[in-house]
Design a protein around this ligand. Sequence first.
Ligand code: ZN
Length: 236
Amino acid sequence: MTAPAADSALVLFSGGQDSATCLAWALDRFAQVETLGFDYGQRHAVELACRAALRKGMAGLNPAWATRLGEDHTLDLPTLGSLSQTALTRDVEIAMGAEGLPNTFVPGRNLLFLTFAAALAYRRGIRHLVTGVCETDYSGYPDCRDDTIKALQVALNLGMERRFVLHTPLMWIDKAATWQLAQDLGGNALVSLIREESHSCYLGLRDTRHDWGYGCGRCPACELRAKGYARYAAGC
Ligand code: ZN
C-alpha cells in the first residue's frame, strides 16, 4: 500500500447530510480522501449502512472524485454508548434537559471522535481532518462550537507533535446553505444522492419518504433537515 499524499484528508463520515456534504467538499479539494465512521451503539445506526451507498454514489458522480476517494474506516466505540445515558443511545423520548441541552447530547462525543480521527490520521500520514460540526443551525451542543474545535486542534497538535488542520466547512452556514453547498459542489445529482441516501433521523426510521429524504419527520434532526430543505428548495 502506498502512503497517502501530503494533501490528503480524513473525513468524519457518519452517513448523515452534513458529513456527506463534507465528503463532497473534501473530494473537491484534496488529492486523496479517506472516510471514518464510528459505531457507538447509536439508535440511528442505520446511518452507518448509508455510508457505502453515499461513497459509491459520489464516486459515480465525478471521475476525479472516484480517483480521490480512498479507504473507508470504521471504529467501534462501545464505551461511548455505555457512558452515555442519552436519547441517542437509549430508547427514551427526545426532550430538553435541565441545563438547556437536548437529551440527544452525548457528552464529549465530538471531542472523542476527533481525537480518534487524529490518531488514525497520524498513522495514515494524513494532515487534514474534516468534520461537519456546525454552530449556526444546531442544537447547542458545546462540542460543535468553533472555539471548541480550535482549542482541540491546538491540543491535538501539541499532544501528537503534528500540524493537523481541522476543517469545518459547515460551521457558519445553516441547513439550507448546506443543501446549497451540495448543489454548488455536485449539482442536482449530488443533492439527489444526499437526499435519497443520507440519514439524519435520530430514531433511525427510513420507512417514510419525504421531499427532503427519509425519516420519522418529527424528531429534532428530521425537523431541522425538513426546514432547511424547504428553505433551500424555495430559493431555487
Ligand atoms: Zn426523525
